[in-house]
Design a protein. Sequence first.
Lengths: 112, 117
Amino acid sequence: DVVMTQTPVSLSVSLGGQVSISCRSSQSLVHNNGNTYLSWYLQKPGQSPQLLIYKVSNRFSGISDRFSGSGSGTDLTLKISRVEPDDLGVYYCGQGTQYPLTFGSGTKLEIK
Amino acid sequence: EVKLVESGGGLVQPGRSLKLSCAASGFSFNDYWMGWVRQAPGKGLEWIGEINQDSSTINYTPSLKDKFTISRDNAQNTLYLQMSKLGSEDTAIYYCARGTAGFFDYWGQGVMVTVSS
């Protein structure tokens, strides 16, 4: 199975600040078809996960441009700029390149 | 509006079976892969498996393949998860989600399954 390692486990940021979350995979996430199926999800307290980013850098419908994804191969990053109160929760990366699909263990974002 | 509503959860004794349902609306159900993801209390996300549009392809995470069965009824716009030989390790919130090329774009609110005597 592809192991997804997220860092940090938690982080605290001031409103208006910027954060980066790293997601490293144990194998390359580049599919045979050339696509990289790495996505990012946010699970707000008491809610189900919601899709933020898919295929590394594509923002899902309705997602603010304050969220951006980048990276390649085994090293992927989610950046959140101008942090707002509604951004708090747990962020997960997930890979869909290889079965079984796997997720990172999550990064908890707290607002200072 | 895309809507996914899970049902069928609850308290079940160890070793018993349970079947979850996920009612879909707001999109053309038979055009999409659908999947199940679970989350144990205080833990992260675990992919259970997925099913393609006409049920000809079903993929599972290996550790659950012999216990769980995913199916769908396109006429009823409903996804199912049949769970058997349940143990305490299966206690979790179960989410159904719409699949699109290796990711899940819409998720249900989840249904709690508690395995306990």
